[in-house]
Design a protein around this ligand. Structure first.
Ligand code: TRP
Length: 334
């Protein structure tokens, strides 16, 4: 607990172009959670270098992602928005936790298997140890809740295993975090293959709406979105493309799927696609504008980066010192 509030931690990588899925599925919920919980939202740049990055691009994208957090409505005075690499405790705790994590359990991580297949020429130790760094992220802040997508559940499980193991050896040290499963966790699917999640790494640019897409591009992508040949507007699993369009419309407008189905009953898919496209344009245009304005305000953003890194370091150091003491590192001399 910090200030009588439960602690919530989450992170996002600045690699690839963020999509509407990242926004509606994650960021928009982060904003809602920020009033109720003490939130730490990190730009996890240390995770990003597990695959090769162009340094200038990574630096620029990391900053833009931090700005996007603010543009999306997070108050940087309340939620701690910071770069993972600015808080050295992440690396230090990750090393210690590496020594309490077994090769065998890491070998089971499905994301490691997927990513090694994808980057066969660069299967580095960091990629393998990625979940331990994620565990360090979470455990450093005595986190109660972690809003994550289904693809990160296995990493959260291993975080809990590592924390329990450490607590069993050394006594109560870490809070055991739980997944926060959102009530309306909009899961946004690819516009070209609605059985797949909308992904920033999709090779087909028409499959994803990027947050910085201009209005015409957005409208065009929705026009081309894959639907079905049933010809009837309904909200059901068998019409996955349509269901996805309705979910997007619902997440943008706050309407329920039922309301949307009755709103469009008797109309064609084309009309629904057009409406969804407009709703997304209306949602993203102000966001893009706020990002552009904040990008220009260098000293304001720099101030946030500095203050929040200090705030995160303060809380992280408390846990790290406790852990260092428990494993037997000599006390610091002040
Ligand atoms: N691995 C997460 C992802 O790719 C990002 C992440 C890093 C994270 N550290 C975290 C998410 C801690 C939640 C908590 O989506």
């Amino acid at each position: 607990m910090i200030n009588d509030k439960k602690v919530l931690f989450s992170g996002m990588q600045a690699t690839g172009n963020l999509t509407l899925g990242n926004y509606l599925g994650a960021l928009q919920n982060w904003v809602k959670l920020a009033d109720e919980y003490e939130c730490f939202y990190s730009v996890v740049d240390m995770h990003s270098i597990t695959v090769r990055q162009d340094p200038a691009t990574l630096r620029k994208r990391a900053r833009s992602l931090l700005i996007l957090y603010i543009a999306a409505g997070l108050d940087p005075e309340k939620a701690c928005i910071y770069f993972q690499s600015h808080v050295s405790a992440h690396a230090e705790l990750a090393w210690i936790l590496d020594c309490y994590t077994y090769m065998g359990e890491m070998n089971r991580m499905t994301q490691f298997k997927d990513k090694s297949a994808k980057h066969a020429d660069n299967i580095n130790v960091g990629l393998f140890a990625y979940p331990v760094l994620m565990a360090a992220d979470i455990l450093l802040y005595q986190t109660d809740l972690v809003p994550v997508g289904i693809d990160q559940m296995q990493h959260l499980e291993i975080t809990r295993d590592i924390a329990n193991r450490f607590n069993n050896i050394y006594g109560q040290t870490f809070t055991i975090p739980e997944a926060y499963i959102g009530k309306v966790g909009a899961k946004i699917m690819s516009l070209q293959d609605p059985t797949k999640k909308m992904s920033k790494s999709d090779e087909n640019p028409n499959a994803s709406i990027y947050l910085m897409d201009d209005p015409d591009t957005i409208r065009r992508k929705f026009k081309r979105a894959v639907t079905d040949s049933e010809g009837c507007i309904a909200y059901r699993d068998e019409q996955a493309g349509l269901k996805n369009l309705i979910d997007i419309y619902a997440a943008c407008t706050g309407k329920t799927p039922d309301t949307i189905v009755s709103e469009f009953s008797g109309l064609g898919y084309g009309q629904l696609k057009e409406a969804v496209g407009e709703a997304v344009v209306d949602k993203l245009s102000p966001l893009q504008q706020r990002c552009a304005e904040l990008e220009k305000d260098k000293s304001y953003i720099d101030g946030i980066i500095k203050n929040n890194a200090e705030k995160a370091s303060y809380y992280a150091a408390k846990t790290l010192r406790k852990v260092q003491r428990k494993v037997g590192f000599p006390d610091r001399i002040r």
